[in-house]
Design a protein around this ligand. Structure first.
Ligand code: ZN
Ligand code: ZN
Length: 467
């Protein structure tokens, strides 16, 4: 009860302080250290950007992360205020007064608290950059080495008038004015810092690469572990990939490649082969007909996510996938929207058997899968004991086969969500262009519900598409 009372008093005093913004801004100069985190949290939730800016200016800890406060992507105003409040510190600063902030983290990462060094005796930040030459850790290590090797002073080239600092931020380079304004603020701030501020971008999104090339110069690509790129020429993608050596996730959409025998595609494969940490590869609208075997050969065996939608895959590509050791440990596999010709069922059956020990998510929507294909791959599918989500919407199948699938899949105890196509039997004409007979759809759903109840698997959610 006593604790609850204290909390309430604290909350009340913070609320009262924040109700007078200019008083709050003045108060942060003298604020007891223990009140920084609760006041910052309250001001953030109330979106009081001027108070936040003032608090960043005098922040008494080494790091500040806003991820735990679940910021929205549209928080540009707040992020700008905080960047504005970031103080560059003189290199010789050893004073205990003023800000101690060296790492400002504006990413949406809820895993860590607002600061790592709260109450800690030694200031450490668990999220500081380890890759860039301009990171605090690497600069301080270089300084230490210089001292150990007897150099009186550090190389004048690396010596800055300001202490090294880091700004961790996920960046989106697109055509929206607000995003552009934010990027130009960052450019100004980094220029102002004379190289002492390291802009650390781990999650990078780029729309239309050819028009963003110049702005991208502010990003040290060695730090980026996730890249999402929409609309680009393969030649420009290669230039980027050659620098992204620590990439864990790569998503490419709408990449232009004129020839698969030309230099650009070969360079692309070389760059992919150097991404030793790659776990997730997503390609969309990337025509790969009969070329997938080349791509699979260069990928790392730890790949756990592979999405190849709208990639014009052929039976040969599917065969390559089923024979590739790189695809043996997949947790997520998406092959939707490839108009496959199902002369043979073995490739997909073999593929499912290969990944049966790890696969959790399977999506094969709109792949022209018929009754015979689905029945043929069912033994492989039934072995995927870790499968949680299975989607096979927009494929021409009939009611008896749908019921047979349901009966087999109810044995997969981890499977929770299934998205299935409305069977051909429920259309007024027996083709996809016909309209749905709603009475038949209702009867079909009732039948599936009964079957799930009989199998004691009402925990599974079966959703028809279209509904
Ligand atoms: Zn930290
Ligand atoms: Zn970095």
């Amino acid at each position: 009860m006593a604790r609850k009372t204290v909390d309430t008093l604290l909350e009340l005093s913070i609320k009262s302080l924040l109700s007078n913004e200019s008083a709050a801004i003045q108060a942060v100069e003298e604020l007891p250290i223990d009140l920084f985190v609760p006041l910052f949290t309250a001001a953030f939730l109330r979106r009081q950007k001027e108070v936040l800016k003032a608090m960043v200016r005098v922040w008494p800890f080494r790091c500040l992360h806003i991820g735990a406060l679940h910021p929205q992507e549209s928080n540009y105003d707040i992020m700008e205020a905080m960047v504005d409040g970031l103080q560059l510190l003189p290199a010789q600063n050893s004073s205990s007064r003023g800000t101690k902030l060296r790492i400002l983290d504006l990413r949406q990462d809820p895993e860590y608290g607002i600061t790592c060094s709260y109450r800690a005796k030694y200031p450490v930040c668990f999220l500081s950059c380890v890759y860039s030459q301009h990171s605090i850790i690497n600069i301080e290590e270089a300084e230490l080495n210089a001292r150990c090797y007897g150099k009186d002073t550090i190389d004048s080239r690396s010596q800055s008038v300001w202490q090294p600092m880091e700004l961790l931020v996920d960046l989106s380079f697109n055509c929206f004015l607000r995003a552009k304004q934010f990027i130009s603020l960052l450019i100004n701030k980094t220029e102002q810092s004379l190289g002492s501020l390291h802009l650390c971008c781990r999650n990078l999104q780029i729309e239309n690469l050819s028009v963003q090339k110049n702005s991208l110069k502010i990003v040290d690509l060695v730090c980026t572990d996730r890249l999402e790129l929409d609309k680009a020429h393969l030649r420009d993608v290669n230039t980027l990939l050659s620098q992204l050596i620590n990439l864990e996730s790569l998503r490419l959409t709408d990449v232009e490649c004129r020839s698969y025998t030309g230099k650009n595609f070969k360079t692309f494969l070389t760059c992919l082969g150097k991404l030793n940490s790659l776990e997730e590869l997503t390609l969309s609208f990337f025509s790969l007909t009969n070329q997938l075997h080349k791509l699979l050969r260069v990928l790392t065996p730890q790949l756990d996510t592979l999405s190849l939608t709208f990639c014009d895959l052929s039976t040969r590509d599917l065969t390559a996938l089923s024979q590739s050791t790189q695809a043996n440990h997949l947790k997520l596999l998406k092959l939707s929207n490839n108009q496959l010709v199902w002369e043979f069922h073995e490739p997909l059956l073999n593929l499912l058997e290969n990944v049966s020990g790890t696969l959790q998510y399977l999506e094969i929507n709109n792949c022209l899968i018929t009754d015979s294909t689905l029945s043929a791959i069912l033994p492989g599918l039934s072995r995927c004991s870790h499968l949680r989500i299975f989607s096979f919407a927009c494929n021409p199948i009939t009611m008896p086969v749908l019921m047979n699938i349901l009966q087999h899949l109810t044995t997969l105890m981890e499977l929770r969500y299934v998205i299935y196509p409305v069977p051909l039997d429920c259309y007024n004409q027996s083709d996809f262009d016909g309209s749905l007979d709603q009475e038949k759809v209702a009867a079909m759903k009732a039948q599936l519900k009964l079957m799930l109840r009989a199998a004691q698997r009402e925990d599974m959610k079966w959703t028809a598409f279209p509904e």
